[in-house]
Write a protein that binds this ligand. Structure first.
Ligand SMILES: NC(=O)c1ccc[n+]([C@@H]2O[C@H](COP(=O)([O-])OP(=O)(O)OC[C@H]3O[C@@H](n4cnc5c(N)ncnc54)[C@H](O)[C@@H]3O)[C@@H](O)[C@H]2O)c1
Ligand SMILES: [Zn+2]
Length: 398
């Protein structure tokens, strides 16, 4: 036997920039970002825009071409900015990805060309996936347009689309060329989506940053009203914490099974599929965290008062902690529990679920007790569901 060992490392670096009015004629950020590596050539750009962002910011369709025309030595648009379906629908239909790939082929994009994606987490995921498989990957600049995408999904290294009713079943690890968080885009976001996005800040605070949790508590009523300043502060801090985690976890491409950023997500992903996206991702994450927190109290990992504190925060922010879909059964089994099996299949091998011992202090378990989970969901139903609200059948340990 002869073995030739292969080993190399790659460094990735990309800026995450916070600005306002990124396509204002005088804002230099975008052209600086595009020229970041090669300032001596003209760059080809393919713009993909979430249809709901286009609807809310129709001026983008004139501003973006005007921005490029004002810099003819540096920027060339390969076509008019292209609108794509917004929201989870774009991830639920592979034809959306294929259409983008066909368009890139027709436009003759090469591996040095840029796809610039302006949109929510769903559009960033789907268009980003198309960009990562076209010619094995073209450069992507993300311009996230939702609270969730600016603070979490848009700043990370993953993309994906849903298949066979499973979230993110196809996808790739593909760090962006750059991320530009434009605060003026958030203004037009529906109130519900502003609030839903805060769930990921609660998540990252719970697993690694008590001060952010305290900030969210202190500013809960302003945040619940959608006030801009605290909203942007938590976006900034949450983005930093997500970036820090990816950078320092030692496993940015998730080769191992530990997945702390997926706290509350095993049931959240299942709830999103079960409700056919009636629940937003952030709302499902809030409910998923509630399930895992009640479970943690039942399993003796977490103090009851910490659970109360987190549930109060979620509710004060206007996030749900219960949905009737949690009650759905098939063959006597709670359907949501299939989420655990799907999560295990996704990870491969051993199940790894992140839980917390306290605010900012996460740890991993490799199994969850079905009976305790069932009881935890029952407790939530009795406490927050339509039937028997406020009357918990079984007491929780302190
Ligand atoms: N890749 C990752 O690492 C990662 C991480 C977390 C979440 N996600 C994914 O992100 C998705 C959720 O993203 P989201 O919360 O941004 O929701 P979303 O993309 O579904 O957007 C919510 C709605 O707001 C619209 N919209 C977007 N920006 C707008 C704006 N500025 N003004 C008006 N309307 C606007 C969208 O068209 C959509 O209808 C889920 O699919 C989730 O799985 C991915
Ligand atoms: Zn998430």
């Amino acid at each position: 036997m002869e073995i030739v060992n292969q080993s190399f490392t790659l460094d990735y670096d990309y800026p995450v920039i916070f600005t306002a009015g990124v396509f204002d004629p005088v804002n230099p950020v975008f052209s600086r970002v595009v020229n970041r590596l090669e300032s001596d050539r003209r760059h080809r750009l393919f713009f993909v825009i979430d249809e709901n962002v286009s609807r809310a910011h129709p001026q983008l369709h004139t501003r973006i071409p005007a921005y490029a025309e004002a810099r003819p030595q540096e920027l060339e648009l390969v076509c008019e900015p292209l609108d794509v379906v917004g929201g989870e629908a774009v991830k639920a239909d592979l034809r959306q990805v294929l259409t983008l790939v066909e368009t890139m082929n027709r436009l003759g994009l090469d591996r040095q060309s840029f796809m610039v994606i302006v949109g929510g987490g769903a559009v960033l995921d789907a268009a980003g996936f198309a960009a990562s498989i076209f010619h094995r990957g073209v450069r992507v600049i993300r311009v996230p347009s939702t609270v969730l995408a600016q603070s979490d999904s848009g700043v990370g290294v993953k993309n994906g689309v849903n298949l066979f009713g499973k979230k993110n079943f196809l996808g790739a690890f593909s760090p962006p060329f750059a991320v530009i968080n434009d605060r003026s885009l958030i203004e037009t976001l529906a109130h519900r989506d502003k609030i839903a996005g805060i769930a990921e800040a609660v998540k990252v605070a719970l697993i690694r940053d008590r001060p952010l949790f305290e900030y969210l508590e202190k500013n809960a009523s302003e945040l619940a009203r959608g006030e801009a300043e605290p909203l942007h502060h938590q976006i900034r801090r949450s983005a930093e914490l997500h970036l820090e985690h990816i950078r320092s976890s030692g496993d940015p491409f998730e080769f191992g099974s530990a997945r702390p950023l997926d706290f509350g997500h095993w049931s959240a992903h299942k709830l999103e599929s079960m409700t056919r996206s009636r629940l937003r991702h952030g709302e499902a994450v809030a409910i998923g965290m509630a399930v895992d927190l009640v479970y943690s109290v039942r399993a003796g990992f977490l103090k009851r008062r910490v659970l109360n504190r987190v549930l109060s925060l979620l509710r004060n922010l206007g996030l749900p902690v219960w949905d009737e879909a949690l009650s759905t059964t098939r063959g006597g089994q709670r359907v949501v529990l299939e989420g655990l099996t799907e999560f295990r299949e996704h990870l491969g091998g051993t199940l790894h679920i992140s839980l917390i011992r306290d605010i900012g202090d996460s740890f991993e378990v490799t199994e969850m007790d079905d009976r305790l989970l069932f009881d935890s969901i029952e407790w939530l139903r009795h406490s927050f569901g339509r039937v028997g609200a406020g009357v918990a059948e079984t007491e929780l340990p302190q």
